[in-house]
Design a protein around this ligand. Sequence first.
Ligand code: ATP
Ligand code: MG
Length: 461
Amino acid sequence: MLGIQKRLVGSYLIVILITVLILELFLIFFVRYYYYHNIERIMMNQAELSATFFNQYFADEDLEKQSERLLKGFSQHSTAQVQIIGSSGQLLQDSTGLRADVHETAFQDVQEAFSGHTGSWRGYDPLTHEAILAVSYPLQANDTIVGVVRFITSLTDTNTTVNQISAIFIAAGLVVVVIVAVLGILVSRTITGPITELKLAAEKMAEGDFTVSVRKRYQDELGTLADILTMMAAKIRRNERLKNDFISSVSHELRTPLTSIKGWAITLKSDSEDGKVDLMEGLDIIEAESDRLTRLVDELLDFSKIDNGRLMLSCAPLQIGDLLHHIGKQLAPRAARQGISLEVQTDAPLPLLQADENRLKQVLINLIDNALKFTEPGGAIKLHACSTQEQIMITVEDTGSGIAEQDLEHVFQKFFKGSSHTPGSGIGLSISEQIIKLHGGQLKIDSRVGKGTIVEIRIPV
Ligand SMILES: Nc1ncnc2c1ncn2[C@@H]1O[C@H](COP(=O)(O)OP(=O)(O)OP(=O)(O)O)[C@@H](O)[C@H]1O
Ligand SMILES: [Mg+2]
């Protein structure tokens, strides 16, 4: 049994045991009270009747002499044992036969009757040791107590009945406890079952097996947890795959410029003496390829900085319009080479923005690079900036291939390249989004396959 199950069943049981115990005690107490009280009341009535009878018809006569007649009258309507006790406490008559030498004032009920009240007493008969209930009532003649009438009944039958009823109550209570225990175990299984499964799955994941999927049994918190665990495993699998893709794509990215640099180095070494090859051209290419390598390494460094939250912005007031035009000019040659028109359009007075110029430039170059990569010759790219009271909005719009709908939600993930086979490591958009977020803004992407893509940046002023 799991610890949780023990605790659950245990707490159920404790609650129900306490409840049943309190209920039983109350019921048993009530039953006893009801039975004893009833008997006492009946005998009390008889005693009172007898005393009234004596007061009315025998008040002037001598109690001791009339006691036999009186006893007959008193015990006529009662099954109880009746005693008549004289003024000094001596037993005058007893319906079960005379028992002299017993001094009745020893009993508490008799004492009370002699002091003018009705007395009742429950205890054991000193001779038979039987459980009895005795009720005494003063016999009065002209306002003086001349004796006491005492009714006594055995409680054996009543006690048996009360005990039987109590036994039934206790048995019923035990049945309830057993039912609750069984139910508790069954119910707790519906909780511990899924927990065990979750535990096993988590253990497997801890060992590095992410192929697990946990069955969702109920629509509750544990069901949600099962879903989350399954989803987590899927995400980890996916990240694992992305990481591998990334390593192979980075290796590829590194190899291309390296191959080119090495190729040119060999060519220059062997042929430059003859002056056959243009030395300058070779060196230019080596320079460009080295730049490409540096950029790639920088990107990777940025990326790890963002991942560790170590990327710091150095913000200063920035005229975003100027920046856009500057970038437009910088990329115009490449656009022209690819036969794509690149247009920059900014609304006249744009407010100054507190931003990190280099980082924003990096974002915009990333976005335009994407647009150039995924647009065919003859296409167009439009850069636009406008502002409202609170924010500046920059859009980069192209008429390129667009992004498939199922890829759209993943493009911001690191290393995600979709089905694209273009060069790139798939971290451009991921870095860009993080940089915009650091500026307190947001980057959104909207795209339609075959129509084009619009990337929208909003940064609060
Ligand atoms: N303008 C666009 N048109 C069509 N597809 C795009 C566009 N921008 C991004 N994508 C898709 O989103 C993917 C992720 O873009 P991202 O810029 O993050 O990576 P990359 O360009 O492939 O590599 P990197 O930017 O690191 O060189 C791209 O591989 C491409 O499939
Ligand atoms: Mg990119």
